[in-house]
Design a protein around this ligand. Structure first.
Ligand code: TZP
Ligand code: MG
Length: 214
């Protein structure tokens, strides 16, 4: 069951990835993506191992960004792969059937390719807006970009959950789900929130009930 709200970990001024993950889980998050860009592999593996234990305690799924071998080693629930990361087909061969594989797309063509690979469970489509959370950002899609891509998907009968990502704020969520996005992925909206529980509850109110039949 793919969650409609994906939480992306971040280090903030006072809190580590793991502190923020713990707080997000305690506040109601059930889908965590550990996204660490500035550490050595052995440190990422240690963090992923601890993140898995935190998520397990709260009944949340842990998806690891970028690192397929580490995801396998720590028995993560899945891996999220960008356009520059391992090919999802190769990742599927390493991980087996069960773990989720998510892929990043910025264009209709990339969505189509991920879908056609037949091994990707959801597509992280973005960025919606400018954000400082990610470096080397692809062009912003805006609501119009999502509408165009989601319409193409209907016309071409492409049925895969689209998770919108990038600079999403509370007031964007309703419009994004109207374009046909299945859900959203957020980092700063939750990590910078004063009251994470309240923020997460409010986000969920803007998203539809029910989940993609997987
Ligand atoms: N990929 C595209 S934008 C982004 C990622 C990982 C960052 C999302 O973080 P925020 O703080 O919700 O903009
Ligand atoms: Mg990546």
């Amino acid at each position: 069951m793919i969650s409609r709200l994906h939480y992306i970990s971040q280090e903030t001024d006072e809190k580590s990835h793991l502190d923020n993950i713990r707080e997000a889980c305690a506040a109601g998050i059930d889908w965590v993506q550990l996204r660490v860009k500035d550490r050595e592999l052995d440190e990422i593996e240690e963090m992923a191992f601890e993140a898995k234990a935190i998520c397990k305690k709260y009944g949340a799924k842990l998806i690891l960004n970028d690192h397929v071998e580490i995801a396998k080693a720590i028995k993560a629930n899945g891996v999220h792969l960008g356009q520059e990361d391992m090919d999802p087909v190769e990742a599927r061969a390493i991980l087996g059937d069960k773990p989720y594989i998510g892929g990043t797309a910025n264009t209709w063509e990339q969505v189509e390719l991920l879908y056609e690979s037949k091994v990707v469970d959801y597509v992280g489509l973005g960025p919606f807006k400018f954000t400082t959370t990610k470096e080397n950002l692809s062009p912003e899609l805006g609501i119009r970009g999502y509408s165009n891509i989601l319409n193409n998907m209907i016309i071409q009968d492409i049925d895969i959950p689209i998770i919108a990502i990038g600079g999403i704020e509370m007031e964007d969520i309703f419009d994004l789900q109207l374009t046909g996005c299945y859900g959203i992925a957020v980092a700063s909206l939750i990590n910078n929130s004063f009251d994470k529980k309240e923020t997460i509850e409010e986000i969920k109110l803007h998203l539809p009930d029910g989940t993609f039949d997987d």
